[in-house]
Design a binder for this molecule. Structure first.
Ligand code: XMP
Length: 512
């Protein structure tokens, strides 16, 4: 790849993806690799502009903790260690790491030695940094200068300019660290000599060229779920290979209001073979009498593949099957395996009976917000690209209990009102995801002079950076009141609206 590149070596920290996003926001391409795969020979052979060690949950002085070949510090490649990464650098090079007398967690006032420092030059001498550690660097290795400290932490940052080695105990990638992005930018520019010229425009150009080279004159098949990722992928492939692409849009009938038609309208304009399969009846039949969330998810996933296979068979042999896998789906963590909470349905499931030669995943190195930026660069509508995220199984997992046509109609209308009001207010831009859930609960109400016995609708809106953790969004009461009044007034079948104020964890974002 022609871009300058930073390798982020993952030691199992919780903010690893955030580091990568910040680096890319600075205009430098980067990739995350698990520490076990950080191979010195490969780094020598194709040296990145710089290396960043992430944080991690372990104590470096324990034998079972992740370590690194000390040779990495002799490659002439600048290294920045963050938190565990900082301790690992200190420990490996002969410094002293120990349990801190007091753990530091959260916003911490920090003193910086700005003069002559590569990371902090031109920044204020005092600032808040985000700490999260129980061990600390008690003594830096020989040759290092201490460049920051806190009342608890004698070495909150250190550097050895001659060797290009830098370390910070705090997390510059977290927004709470004042000037954190500036510090990372200083590392990238002043230590690594990065040009910061990576952008979505240049990425799109290279991606289109790469796809053309790889695909040649071959036929490409894409399963379009209608979500943001597969829509952007369709746009990218359309630009790259045009009419060699067949996109099969399986409309399972669980999309939001008008969404299926909007997706179709967006792609009918392009010079590709676009096939929409209206499979709502098939899916509803498969879900008849099913209330269990996991069974719903599994059946929808299976049916999706079947419908796709049926259509693909009509086309015959293709050369490439394209998938909308994105970076967070493939990043391997340096730490242990996570438990499966929900079986996610993505178009990724491999059809067994589709005849293809190779799989291509052109979005596999992009984060969600980058996928969106790419969509805009490729000329997709802002409205399509900035739709709130939507799970593969769609409204089927936002209807608690059995799914019926009537319930789908009710939820579609209520969800549309909720989204419309948040978007009109402007608050939608500050919220990660927002949607309505049709609970299976019915309660008594009074409307006009009559009694009602109708469904309770739950509204869910969360703020999140990575969808792994989330806070409920603080929507002002008057706005919630207005939304509730509109929904019970306009949507027949709902007489009560509640707002979900649970964080993730312990709840998940979706209800099923
Ligand atoms: P949870 O409910 O697990 O959701 O907190 C986290 C994020 O993942 C989305 N989600 C899915 N996305 N296929 C997807 O592509 C799925 O099956 C699926 N289930 C949940 C959810 O909307 C939220 O953004």
């Amino acid at each position: 790849m022609a871009y300058q590149q930073i390798k982020i070596i993952d030691f199992g920290g919780q903010y690893n993806q955030l580091i990568a996003r910040r680096v890319r926001e600075c205009g430098v391409y980067c990739e995350i690799i698990p520490y076990k795969k950080a191979d010195i020979a490969a780094l020598k052979c194709d040296p990145p502009a710089g290396i960043i060690f992430t944080g991690g949950p372990n104590s470096v002085y324990l034998e079972t903790s992740p370590h690194i070949d000390p040779e990495i510090f002799n490659l002439g490649i600048p290294v920045l260690g963050i938190c565990y990464g900082a301790q690992l650098m200190a420990y490996t090079l002969g410094g002293k790491v120990a349990t801190a007398p007091t753990s530091e967690y959260g916003k911490t006032l920090t003193d910086f030695e700005t003069k002559g420092s590569v990371l902090f030059e031109d920044l204020p001498e005092k600032g808040v940094s985000w700490m999260s550690h129980t061990d600390y660097i008690a003594e830096p290795p020989a040759g290092f200068k201490i460049t920051a400290h806190t009342p608890v932490c004698p070495v909150a940052a250190m550097e050895n300019r001659e060797k290009g080695l830098y370390a910070v105990q705090f997390h510059p990638e977290v927004n709470h660290t004042e000037n954190g992005t500036e510090m990372l930018r200083s590392f990238l520019i002043n230590a690594c000599g990065c040009r910061c010229d990576w952008s979505m425009g240049s990425y799109a150009e290279t991606a289109i060229k790469d796809i053309r080279e790889r695909v040649g004159g071959g036929k490409v098949l894409l399963a379009l779920s209608g979500g943001v990722d597969s829509s952007v992928l369709a746009a990218l492939l359309a630009k790259a290979v045009g009419s060699s692409l067949t996109a099969i849009f399986v409309d399972h009938g669980f999309m939001r209001k008008n969404e299926g038609d909007e997706v179709e309208a967006a792609f009918k304009k392009w010079d590709i073979n676009f096939v929409r399969v209206n499979a709502a009846d098939r899916f509803l039949k498969r879900l008849e009498g099913i209330s269990d969330p996991e069974t719903k998810r599994k059946r929808i996933g299976e049916e999706f593949i079947k419908v796709f296979e049926d259509e693909a068979k009509k086309i015959g042999k293709v050369d490439f099957l394209a998938q909308g896998t994105i970076y967070p789906d493939i990043i391997e963590s340096g730490a242990g395996d996570a438990a499966v909470i929900k079986s996610h349905h993505n178009v990724g499931g491999l059809p067994e009976h589709v005849d293809f030669r190779e799989i291509i995943e052109p979005l596999r190195l992009l984060f969600k917000d980058e996928v969106r930026a790419l969509g805009l660069t490729l000329g997709l509508d802002e409205k399509l690209v900035y739709r709130p995220p939507f799970p593969g199984p769609g409204l089927a997992i936002r209807i608690i209990g059995e799914i019926t046509r009537e319930k789908l109609e009710i939820l579609r209308d209520a969800d549309a009102i909720f989204r419309e009001e948040l978007e009109r207010d402007g608050i939608a831009r500050r919220i990660g995801q927002y949607f309505a859930v049709l609970t299976n609960n019915r309660s008594v109400g009074v409307m006009g002079d009559g009694r009602t016995y109708d469904y309770t609708l739950a509204l869910r809106a969360v703020t999140t950076t990575d969808f792994m953790t989330a806070d409920f969004a603080e929507i002002p009461y008057p706005l919630l009141g207005k939304i509730a009044a509109r929904i019970v007034g306009e949507v027949k079948g709902i007489n009560r609206v509640v707002y979900d104020v649970t964080t993730k964890p312990p709840a998940t974002i979706e209800w099923e």
